[in-house]
Design a protein around this ligand. Structure first.
Ligand code: PLP
Length: 430
């Protein structure tokens, strides 16, 4: 009897053994067994459309067939898997492809650093380099920014609950208001400019500013092009390095490979991870202007900087950037999402909704407290994986793989609508 009961409780071993720190398995309480493209399947065979895409690590879909083929070939020929930062053929091809496909067409001359394989590793390397290059200690970060969970990255992250987890002071950073933080009337660049110019502001000149052009975890807040351009100008004027954390918004999420391309700015340092590994494999890069390359050999390192499987997958994924086909399809699908979210906002006033985002990184902010999470739970029952974002989990985040078909995208949006309708009916009953 006990065995039967356990078989029915799908998460038993996870609940028994895995730390309370686990989170996504609470929102999506099934055991997944298979994934392909924009679809996932659980153990009972139930299918789900993926509007989450590994928090942006699966831009090219689950088990992308072209990438999978390259990985299998590489494994079968006994290619190196682990190599620290030794030179391997897989890394050579990746660097060449990245230069030819991404950097050259954009007239960028970044040096490429391989930090540890996660987003926070890339951010830590960027912060360390900025402080080393300028000799300054402080880094300016933005309200609702998210940059990772290690101490340096957490110190530039906004979320109060996550910061609290540090258990120690998070120092040498100062949080300043992101675009629109004080509403649309107030241009926050004026405040920032004043802080930097005024010798009485109490704020020391920072080494760098770190920001996301679209805040992924902080609520899908979009910085306007003018705001980004002004921030770049402020940085130039005061000799402050501009770090763009493109870990989530990069790799095509907003339509272009780098999220800052449309603004025409050139950051001093760029952080990439999540989808740069192409196949959901751990991988990160830190890019910086050549004059900033003042590292001593081995001054920053990490055992897993040489994830050759990720190099192979990344190289193949860059094929998508040899022409503008993917980019255009992201923008077209982004318009479908935009139109539908605007429609939902109007059709369901009880949501007190606001549509936010860009490309295939969009969200519907819900005014009614706790409602976004309720709708996501209903969507999951109906076969859609949809996560929330924002300091109060108030934003329903639409972030499918970039390769999703228009049919599946529409089907997913239909499920979202049905889930909102179901919540509305429940509200009425109460
Ligand atoms: C996810 C994320 C990170 C942290 O990446 P990890 O791989 O989880 O360490 C950093 N910055 C941004 C913008 C992110 O979305």
């Amino acid at each position: 009897m006990k065995a039967i009961a356990e078989a029915r409780t799908p998460l038993t071993v996870f609940e028994q053994m895995e730390s309370e720190v686990r989170s996504y398995c609470r929102s999506f309480p099934v055991v997944f067994t298979k994934a392909s493209g924009h679809m996932l399947w659980d153990r009972s065979g139930k299918a789900y459309i993926d509007f989450f895409a590994g928090a942006g690590a699966l831009n090219y879909g689950h088990n992308n067939p072209a990438i999978k083929k390259k990985l299998i070939e590489y494994l079968q020929q006994d290619g190196l898997t682990h190599s620290l930062d030794m030179a391997t053929e897989a890394k050579e091809v990746l660097l060449q492809t990245f230069r030819e496909t991404i950097l050259k067409p954009r007239s960028l001359s970044y040096k490429v650093m391989f930090p540890g394989p996660t987003g926070t590793n890339s951010v830590e390397a960027a912060l360390k380099l900025a402080r080393k290059a300028t000799g300054r200690e402080t880094v300016m970060s933005f309200t609702n920014g998210f940059h990772g969970m290690t101490i340096g990255s957490l110190a530039v992250t906004g979320n109060r609950m996550k910061r609290g987890g540090a258990g120690m002071p998070l120092t040498h950073t100062i949080a300043i208001p992101y675009d629109q933080y004080m509403g649309s009337e107030l241009d926050t660049t004026l405040y920032i400019e004043r802080l930097l110019e005024d010798d009485g502001s109490g704020v020391s000149l920072p080494a760098a500013m770190i920001l996301e052009t679209v805040q992924g975890e902080g609520g899908i807040n979009v910085a306007s092009i003018e705001w980004l351009q002004k921030m770049e100008a402020i940085c130039r004027k005061h000799g402050i390095l501009l770090i763009i954390d493109d870990v989530q918004a990069g790799c095509g999420r907003t339509g272009s490979f780098f999220s800052f391309e449309e603004a025409g700015i050139v950051p001093d340092i760029v952080c990439l991870s999540k989808s740069i590994g192409g196949y959901g494999l751990p991988f990160a890069l830190t890019l910086f202007k050549p004059e900033l390359d003042i590292w001593l050999p081995g001054e920053h390192n990490g055992t897993f900087r040489g994830n050759n499987l990720a190099f192979v997958a990344a190289t193949e994924s860059l094929r998508y950037w040899k022409n503008d086909q993917l980019s255009r399809s992201v923008l077209a699908k982004g318009n479908i999402v935009r139109t539908r979210l605007e429609k939902l906002k109007k059709a369901y006033p009880f949501l007190q909704g606001k549509v936010r985002g860009k490309g295939l990184m969009q969200g519907l902010a819900v005014g009614a407290e706790g409602m976004a999470e309720k709708i996501c739970a209903k969507a999951f029952e109906r076969g859609l994986i949809l996560e929330t974002s924002g300091p109060k989990s108030e934003v329903m985040k639409v972030m499918p793989p970039l390769t999703i078909t228009e049919e599946a995208l529409t089907e997913g949006l239909d499920i979202l609508e049905a889930s909102i309708q179901a919540c509305k009916e429940e509200e009425k009953e109460q």
